[in-house]
Each structure stands twice: as C-alpha cells, then as structure tokens.
Design a protein around this ligand. Structure first.
Ligand SMILES: [Zn+2]
Length: 351
C-alpha cells in the first residue's frame, strides 16, 4: 500500500469509471450496469469513511458507434438521445441512493481536449493519420498487452471485422474517425470526424484526475482491448502515467447467461425497484465477490429483501441519529438515509 499512501498525501485518492449509454433500455439503467457502478459507490463511501479525500470521475460515452446506430434507427439525433439517457440515469442513481461523482464529463463537451491528446500521440510518433482517420500504432507501445496478458500476435484483429488495409499493424486502433453521413462530426486537424471510443477515457482521466491515478473500474470485458488501449494512449501522450489498481467486475447473469442487449435477457432498475426496495437490490448485488459473476434469481432477491427489512433496517434506524449529528464527510445524510419503506415493495412487511 506504499504507493497509495504516497498518493493520498499528494492530494487524495483518484477513482475513475465509465458509463456506456448504449446498453440502456428505453433510456433506463439496466441491472448489469448498475452492478458495475455499485462497486465504485461502495468503495467511494468506504474510502471516505476511512477519512480519504476521493476524487471520483465518471465519464459518459455520448459519442459512440452503438449510440449513433441506435439513434439513427429510431430517427433521433444521437446527442439528444444520449442527453436524454444521461438525465434518466441521474434519476435512477438518485433513487438508488448513490453519491454523485466529483466530475461527470461527456465526450461531446471535450472534443478540444481529445484532439489535443491525439495530436500529442502523433507528435510522439505513436499515431498516424490516413485519409481523415487517425490510428494508434501498437508497435510503438512496448508494453502493449501488459494488463490483459494478450500478445500482439495472438490478438483477434481481423477475426470479426475485415482488417483496414491502411493500418500498419492489424491491431492498430482508431483514435479519430473521418465523418460519415448520418453521424455527428467535429472539426479537427485531420478533417471533420469524431473520436474513436478509447481515447475519451485517456483524455478525461488525464484532465480531471491526472495521467497517473489510483483506481480504475470497469467490467471484466473491458480489460481487452479497451483498457489496454487506454494505457497505451495515455503512456504515448503523457510523460508519467499509470493506474495503481484496476477493478474489473464480474457480470450479472440470468440463468447463468450474461445479461445483454442481443439476448434481451436483462432487467431495468425501474422494473426491479417497482417491486423491491433499492437498498434490498443493493444488498443482493453485494452478495457476490465483485470479480465473480452474480446470477440474478428472484428468490435470492426476495431473500435480500427479507434480510434488509428484518436485519439491516433496525440497524440503520438505530444508527440514524448518530449520522445526523456527526455527518460523515462527503455525504448528505438526508439523502443517504432517506429510507422510505414502501410495504408493497417489501413482501415481508406486507405479510
Ligand atoms: Zn475507459
């Protein structure tokens, strides 16, 4: 823990997370995404409880292939769709009694920052522009693959999508994508276009935290290529960069199958909290070790709901006056402990 202690003395702990809007259903937060967020919420509260000052950044991916696709399919402007989802997300998070991050930047508001980072990567010889696109050159990143244990010759480039012949190495990835019809675009030194997905995370964490920070969260599926690319980019653009701890969550499954859009086997938070108290849901999601998959089973959620009402609620109530007088730093006791007990959502009370 030597490294962390040192960083705390320099100005608190720095925690970074990402929110991908494309997996929302009708603008509502889905269970698997909340499970990813909950880990950071618990960590945030615990670190603050220990007296650490924590800067928590959660960036919203509001410019992204899948969001654009989705908006085009329903004839909506993609930024309007993203913005609507962001607002709904904040409503869901408040209902789940989650704390607000220190910063919640959106890609669309940070184009200048992103372009500057790409320019720096090119200047340092790690990126190249071809016909309006810019690619990252993985051959210029000697430690590429260090996080996921992937070796360049074993990567999956070209397996799912035909490799772009303009790439110097099939594993090179896009930093900037030239504008296409029906897509939002921004002016850049390489012509109108939009950023590739990975670069937003590097640019925003370097800006809001610093190129070197403490904890980075995300789902286990983001380890490669997303987080690997993030490391390579920040390292190529900044002199001193690094993440001390990576937290990769296991996934929520339904009948042991990963919940996902293509299978349509997922639930929204609103569907669940219409029946169960948000704190009972939090209790259920905390029942597995964070890296293990968690199977969503109604009877287990019922069990969490019973546990919450019979065991934890009396403790919360007993603890309540202390919290009101002491007021833990960085939290709002009124919001944190606004436990409204709704009998209909807690079957044990109704019986
Ligand atoms: Zn990221």
């Amino acid at each position: 823990m030597g490294e962390v202690t040192e960083l705390i003395h320099q100005g608190g702990l720095k925690l970074k997370d990402l929110l991908r809007l494309f997996s929302f259903r009708d603008g509502c937060l889905v269970l698997s995404l909340f499970q990813l967020t909950l880990l950071k919420q618990l960590l945030l509260r615990y670190l603050r409880h220990l007296g650490y000052e924590v800067t928590y950044v959660r960036n919203f991916t509001d410019v992204d292939d899948k969001v654009i696709d989705r908006a085009n399919k329903c004839g909506e402007n993609s930024l309007a769709l993203s913005s609507r989802f962001c607002e709904e997300y904040l409503v869901d998070m408040a209902s789940l009694q989650c704390l607000l991050p220190t910063h919640q930047p959106r890609v669309s508001d940070h184009m200048e920052l992103i372009i500057k980072m790409i320019e720096k990567i090119i200047e340092n010889g790690c990126g190249y522009a071809v016909g309006g696109d810019v690619f990252f050159s993985v051959d210029k990143s000697p430690n590429y693959g260090q996080l996921s244990g992937q070796r360049l010759d074993h990567t999956q480039a070209g397996k799912r999508v035909a490799v772009d012949s303009r790439k110097r190495n099939p594993a090179d990835f896009a930093l900037w994508k030239a504008a296409k019809t029906g897509e939002p675009s921004w002016e850049s030194p390489w012509g109108p276009g939009r950023p590739g997905w990975h670069i937003e995370c590097s640019a925003m964490s370097a800006h809001y935290l610093s190129p070197r920070f403490d904890i980075h969260g995300g789902g286990a599926d983001l380890k490669f290529p997303h987080h690997e690319n993030e490391i390579a980019q920040t390292c190529a653009a900044c002199e001193d960069s690094g993440v001390s701890y990576w937290l990769h969550n296991g996934h929520v499954t339904n009948n042991n199958v990963k919940m996902g859009k293509s299978l349509n086997n997922f639930y929204t938070i609103r569907e669940i909290t219409a029946k169960y108290h948000p704190l009972a849901l939090r209790h259920f999601l905390m029942s597995a070790q964070y890296r293990s998959p968690l199977n969503y089973l109604v009877w287990q959620l019922e069990g969490s709901s019973d546990d919450f009402v019979s065991r934890y609620l009396p403790a919360y109530k007993a603890y309540l006056p202390t919290l009101y007088t002491e007021g833990p730093s960085g939290s709002d006791p009124d919001r944190v402990l606004a436990i409204d007990i709704d009998e209909e959502r807690n079957p044990i009370l109704a019986n």
